[in-house]
Design a protein around this ligand. Structure first.
Ligand code: FES
Length: 231
């Protein structure tokens, strides 16, 4: 099972440099690990523990508190359908039921081809564009049943590959906002954000990979919020 690959090890070290105590970088490094493999592998968590001078049990114990982290493989696309109040009032349960039928899995399940994992999510903070869906933490608002089918079709056909990276993770912001790693001034960026392929190393805030082809102004703003670190 994989540990952090060289590019992500570099990102992890940049993240450690942002904090007075190495252990403070635990959560963002776990996001990097999850971005790499799609879930938190035991070997990966052991590697993170080693990097931060923690026990493996401390890493797992912390990670297991947060439902954004996965400990089993998930599909290439983590599709979360919000069913909280605003979305519920706009037909989210009908949308979720439709998603279950369309993908052939219940919430928590992964399609047999390994492409999609479906989740029933709490508020995704896009209430103004209810009902909403995220795919690997990229926002899609005002999603009706046909819109959901179109989205799945586009993902399956690879038409959104430039906009939705593989694996489910909050990958745009590695806890860098308002902080500056010492290396940043010498050209080694601590502000590692982005949504490219796993293992492609540090990326820049300037990388304009926001939005989806179905973004409304609100969804674009929300995606931009990820880049700016407001979420
Ligand atoms: S209730 Fe669905 S995004 Fe807030």
């Amino acid at each position: 099972m994989p540990r952090l690959n060289p590019g992500n090890l570099h990102r992890a070290r940049d993240l450690v440099a942002l904090y007075p105590e190495p252990r403070s970088a635990l959560i963002p490094i776990l996001h990097v690990l999850q971005e790499q493999d799609g879930y938190l592998t035991e070997d990966g968590m052991a590697h993170v523990a080693e990097l931060l001078g923690l026990a493996a049990a401390e890493v797992r114990g912390t990670a297991s508190f947060y439902d954004m982290f996965h400990f089993e493989p998930v599909g290439k696309y983590l599709v979360a359908v919000c069913t909280n109040i605003a979305c519920m009032l706009q037909g989210a349960y009908r949308l979720l039921e439709h998603a279950e039928e369309r993908l052939g899995v219940a919430p928590g399940g992964t399609t047999t081809d390994g492409l999609f994992t479906l989740e029933d999510a709490e508020c995704l903070a896009l209430c103004g564009n209810a009902p909403c869906v995220t795919v690997n933490w990229r926002f899609f608002g005002d999603v009706d049943l046909q819109g959901f089918d179109d989205l799945v079709g586009d993902l399956r056909a690879g038409r959104l590959d430039d906009e939705v990276p593989p694996h489910g993770t909050l990958s745009r912001v590695d806890r860098s906002v308002g902080l500056a790693a010492p290396q940043a001034a010498s050209g080694s960026s601590g502000a590692t954000v982005g949504s490219g392929s796993p293992g492609d190393g540090p990326r820049s805030h300037a990388q304009p990979d926001l939005g989806t082809h179905r973004s409304t102004a609100a969804t674009a703003s929300m995606n931009a919020g990820h880049l700016d670190g407001r979420r």
